[in-house]
Design a protein around this ligand. Structure first.
Ligand SMILES: Nc1ncnc2c1ncn2[C@@H]1O[C@H](COP(=O)(O)OP(=O)(O)OP(=O)(O)O)[C@@H](O)[C@H]1O
Ligand SMILES: [Mg+2]
Length: 1063
């Protein structure tokens, strides 16, 4: 980092010579040139490779992470199988052999260690596989018993591949059993459960802890404090402990052992010796947890190499890049655990979407409980700023890009950035994507600039111009082409299939002709031979069909089902009925008619029009093999871990745009499931006309990524400058310019800047912010050289920066709130909701005027008064509805925003997405995105108001509104839904079964949950209980800290200093 600093300085010295004077630039405004680049207006879908979500209806909400909330609150349990083995771990740890083994710090040969474990532990990897196979084979045999031969007339209309499948099914039942066993990630497990306990040890640890600061206290004071503390603790944890069975000595022993190992590991790390201790400097328990929870017994060779790189040992910044499914996460996780457990510092992990954050929280909570660290969620409207300062345990913050930025800001502001030992960025290539890329860039640049001791690690599967990123992050680079499952890439033109072959002259070699028998009707309906292609793999194997648009997904799913043999209905029939029942359960009895027709065949569509509850259920069914085919948009390639044996790309397009290399790579990367498939295959269907372009696509290198910091004007450079000055990271022109030179943009300035210099852009942006009233020039240093101009942030600037409001909207937000003060209608929530309806979503909305009018007419007079105050009259809406011309000018943005407020208002009243979706004729997925966007924006507005005295009255109102919007359910379900992974449907079930609070959930026995809650898998049950335990623990700890703070004698207490001095 020092090197980086000098690099910056050098560049500055060169720049300074040429720059024009500040005043001259101020005098000639050219800010218009800096307006954001072309607003990409791709319809329909998020661009997969770019991992940026865009839809016609669902537009990204600015300055919050609702953009990621296309997946809403959903979470997928697909990746994390490890919780299925939580209990086995407990059994395992109780084995005397293991205790002996775990303390054997001398051994660092992972492979041989793992072997030993396999012999000792209750569930070795092999045994586990066998166990699953046995069970599953039994299931499959049951299925086979009911298989019948297809009717002869049916055979005519189905491809030969289908006929083949059913022939095989009939003739060789054992084959299918075996095959399926290998192919399915069977969710069921017959592991026994032992007692569920609260993480007591940590509580006990605290009882023994500290108080070292208060030397001057008398012993009676200490006793009083102690008893108070203990009283409070026991009260707080009383309920939690109530159900806990006899306190386990083994567990106590286990903890002692763990802390011993951590101490040894800490010393190892501090002495930076080559001896890495039991498991990459970590306690051997970590290795055991990976075996038990994730079934990972041995690291891939590259993972080992990467973890033992000198640069990694020296804690240099690192970028590493491997193909999809290469196992990148594990390396990052081990490094994070080293930081948390051995170096005892906090860690921030930045992930691209809310959904993925939640998946990670569910997955890592059990590690946190076992190893003694906190896992904290920073996504949507969740997350505390600044984060709670923990005394003992360290925190792993798992955050979206936006929340990660706010977190870093708050740590800088409170002088705590040094406590952040490591920042891990997954999907680092996102730095080159729109406003989110700009935010990621700012975050990393700020960490680099303000903390010399924070290590940064970035990973990605699709990086090309790594050198630029390396220069920006001052990082080492590691790469490998490793992929655990071979990926065979094919192209389909007419009925011929070609294998992609870089050695062949035109990049492909003929592979085979498609074997199918099509009727005329089928030919007409399915000219691309999708039915033939999918039936070669389903239902034994899973298949994904990527389609260009959402509508297309639904059509393709229906078309395929139309031509599938009825035999498919019998494959896991009961479980599919369960899925349908579940879908109805989470949707207040509603069911999408398309899904109703396709699910019985094991087929479903998957896109952002689904609600998060639906999506979660479908994903679970897919990953357990109940559903075997998803027709999906590119959103599915964007980080959701749902691999398939075969991936089919219906066309080389995403919406109307031709595929990018990165997108293509992401989509085909879903083919092949590590540890399950021996290979995966992708087939891109193309027409002759696209052949040339496709051949280019498969052969060219990945696209470069470029900084968007300046292109994203209000959300990029301006936001950055405001926060640099607000946080006092850099307050004068010169320092700000230095900072800019150290950004990714600074690295790429030669490529990106054509007409203006970085100096000019810096000066212009500062001028713009000053003109907008967000910054003020300091008048005190007038005498200094012009380039020493320093700035301070105005109140409005601070509010905008604290609320992470897009600067394009900060003045209109201020005006709206100010106007609200003059006559806020509090008779209902409508007016408040209006104030927290995201501006950017409103500007994209296109109201249905008839519906608008109908809804307006149904409002109470007080509610109609809200519209009147905003300048929207019934007359205007009525005229619009009847298609009449309107002379009077009405602000379109206000009208649209009010319309969306109606939607949100209806939603809060009815808490039923389906009925609101019907009422407003909007897709249910969109309504949910709107809700998530409003919840996030509401918390932004709250932070905005907190900084401006005149808006004090909004504070209390917005706290409640944010909560309402965040959960949008009956109040009693809110505590349950705070637990990551518990959505509304599940919360209702749990509540009805008597689990009414967080404490209930934290104490629940997963086995009992499975028995009492319909359609809850063991894995889900364990994840819910683990997450609840983690959350309860966090809350209890926070309260304890508060108590201690309250009881602590202030350091400036009169007399203390003198008595200490005397002592
Ligand atoms: N050493 C290992 N042995 C067995 N399985 C492993 C190992 N390392 C990782 N895996 C498994 O491989 C799968 C893919 O790993 P991971 O999600 O880390 O891939 P990735 O490189 O991040 O891919 P992507 O670019 O698609 O995100 C996961 O299910 C993970 O549990
Ligand atoms: Mg990954």
């Amino acid at each position: 980092m020092n090197e980086g600093g000098s690099r910056i300085r050098r560049r500055v010295a060169v720049r300074k010579r040429n720059r024009p004077s500040l005043e001259s630039i101020f005098a000639s405004p050219t800010a218009a040139d800096l307006q954001p680049g072309d607003e990409e207006d791709d319809e329909e879908e998020m661009m997969a490779g770019s991992r940026r979500k865009k839809t016609a209806e669902v537009q990204p909400v600015e300055n919050n992470d609702s953009e990621e909330d296309m997946f809403g609150d959903y979470d997928s349990f697909a990746e994390n199988s490890f919780l299925a083995h939580v209990d086995d771990l407990e059994q395992y740890m109780q084995l005397p052999e293991h205790r002996k083994h775990a303390s054997d710090l001398a051994t660092d040969d992972l492979c041989s260690e793992s072997d030993k474990h396999n012999k000792l532990s209750v569930t070795t990897i092999d045994n586990f596989t066998e166990l699953k196979m046995d069970e599953h084979t039994t299931n499959e045999s049951r299925q086979e018993d009911v298989c019948i031969e297809p009717e002869p007339d049916l055979l005519y209309d189905i491809p030969s591949s289908q006929v083949l499948y059913f022939e095989n099914l009939h003739n060789s039942s054992n084959d299918l059993g075996d095959q399926s066993t290998k192919e399915r990630d069977c969710n069921s497990s017959s592991h026994k459960t032992v007692n569920e306990e609260l993480p007591q040890n940590s509580i006990e640890q605290h009882q023994q802890t500290d108080d070292s600061s208060s030397k001057v206290r008398t012993s009676s004071e200490e006793n009083r404090r102690k008893s108070l503390k203990e009283h409070l603790k026991s009260a707080m944890t009383g309920n939690a402990k109530a159900q806990t069975p006899i306190f386990s000595k083994t567990k106590q022993l286990k903890e002692t052992l763990l802390s011993e190992e951590i101490n040894v590991a800490k010393k190892t790390i501090e002495s930076s010796s080559d001896d890495l201790g039991p498991f990459y400097s970590l306690p051997s328990k970590v290795r055991d947890l990976y075996v038990q929870f994730k079934g990972i017994g041995k690291l891939y060779e590259w993972q080992h190499t990467c973890l033992t790189l000198n640069s990694v040992q020296e804690r240099k910044n690192l970028i590493y890049s491997l193909p999809t499914s290469g196992g990148k996460t594990l390396v990052a996780e081990i490094l994070m655990l080293q930081e948390l457990l051995c170096r005892r510092r906090d860690v921030l992990m930045i992930l691209p979407y809310v959904a993925i954050v939640q998946e990670k929280i569910s997955g890592l909570s059990s590690f946190g409980i076992e190893l003694g660290f906190f896992v904290e969620e920073y996504a949507g409207s969740k997350g505390k700023f600044p984060p709670i300062k923990r005394r003992e345990k360290k925190s792993l913050y798992i955050a979206t890009i936006e929340k990660g930025h706010s977190l870093v800001n708050s740590l800088i502001e409170t002088g705590r950035i040094g406590s952040l030992g490591l920042v891990v960025v997954d999907e680092l290539h996102m730095i080159g994507e729109g406003s989110r890329g700009a935010i990621l860039e700012m975050t990393l640049a700020k960490v680099l600039y303000t903390s010399k001791t924070t290590q940064i690690i970035g990973m990605s599967a699709t990086l090309n111009n790594v050198e630029d990123l390396q220069e920006f992050l001052q990082a080492e680079y590691y790469t490998s082409q490793f992929r655990p499952v071979e990926l065979k890439e094919y192209l389909k033109i007419n009925d011929a299939i070609y294998e992609v072959d870089s050695k062949a002259e035109n990049g492909m070699t003929f592979s085979r002709l498609l074997n199918y028998k099509y009727s005329d009707t089928l030919k007409k309906m399915d000219p691309d031979h999708l039915v033939a292609l999918v039936t070669e793999v389903i239902p034994s194997y899973s298949c994904l069909v990527f389609c260009p648009t959402k509508k297309n997904c639904e059509n393709v799913a229906e078309m395929i089902c139309k031509f599938l043999s009825k035999e498919y209905l019998k494959h896991r029939e009961e479980e599919k009925h369960e899925v349908i029942k579940n879908l109805k359960n989470v949707s207040s009895g509603n069911l999408c008619p398309v899904l109703k027709r396709t699910i019985p065949f094991g087929v479903a569509y998957h896109h952002s029009g689904l609600t998060s509850d639906e999506r979660k259920l479908l994903e679970e069914a897919y990953s357990t093999g109940v559903l075997c085919l998803f027709t999906c948009t590119s959103t599915l390639a964007a980080g959701v871990n749902l691999p398939a044996r075969r991936v089919i790309l219906r066309a080389p397009y995403v919406a109307k745009e031709f595929l990018k290399r990165n997108q293509y790579k992401q989509m085909i990367g879903r083919a092949g499931r590590a540890g399950i498939d021996s290979f995966g295959e992708s087939i891109l269907i193309l027409q002759e006309k696209d052949k040339q372009q496709v051949l280019e696509l498969i052969s060219r290198p990945l696209e470069n990524c470029y900084s968007h910091l300046v292109q994203e004007f209000t959300k990029g450079i301006q936001t950055l400058f405001l926060s640099l000055i607000g946080l006092k990271i850099a307050t004068n022109l010169d320092d700000i310019y230095h900072f800019m030179n150290g950004t990714f943009f600074g690295v790429q300035q030669k490529i990106l800047l054509k007409e203006k210099s970085l100096w000019e852009i810096t000066v212009e942006s500062l001028r713009y912010l000053t003109e907008k009233g967000l910054l003020q020039k300091d008048t005190t240093d007038k005498s200094e050289e012009e380039f020493q101009h320093s700035f301070h942030i105005t109140k409005l600037g601070r509010a905008s920066f604290k609320g992470t409001i897009d600067l394009a909207y900060c003045d209109v937000l201020y005006r709206d709130l100010k106007k609200g003060l003059e006559g806020l209608v509090l008779e209902s929530l409508l007016h408040l909701i209006y104030l927290t309806t995201p501006y950017d979503m409103a500007s994209q909305c296109d109201p249905d005027w008839m519906i608008y009018f109908r809804q307006f007419s149904q409002l109470s007079p007080a509610e109609q008064n809200v519209a009147a105050l905003l300048g929207v009259s019934e007359n205007f809406i009525g005229k619009k509805a009847s298609g009449q011309a309107i002379k009077k000018k009405v602000d379109k943005d206000t009208v649209n925003r009010l319309y969306l407020s109606f939607v949100l208002y209806a939603l809060l009243k009815e808490t039923n997405i389906w009925s609101v979706s019907e009422k407003f004729n909007m897709p249910r997925g969109y309504i949910q995105s709107l809700l998530t966007g409003a919840a996030t924006f509401s918390s932004c507005v709250l932070h905005f108001c907190e900084e401006l005295e005149e808006f004090w009255v909004y504070k209390a109102l917005l706290v409640e509104l944010t909560k309402k919007l965040t959960y949008c359910v009956k109040a009693e379900l809110i505590p349950l839904m705070e637990v990551t992974g518990v959505l509304e449907g599940r919360a209702k079930q749990l509540y009805n079964a008597g689990y009414k609070s967080l404490t209930h959930l934290a104490n629940a026995n997963p086995e009992v949950l499975i028995r009492t809650i319909d359609h809850l898998s063991r894995r889900q049950a364990k994840q819910i209980v683990s997450s609840a335990k983690m959350l309860l623990h966090e809350k209890a700890e926070a309260l304890q800290e508060e108590v201690e703070e309250l009881l602590r004698l202030p350091s400036d207490f009169p007399g203390i200093a003198s008595s200490t001095e005397k002592a």
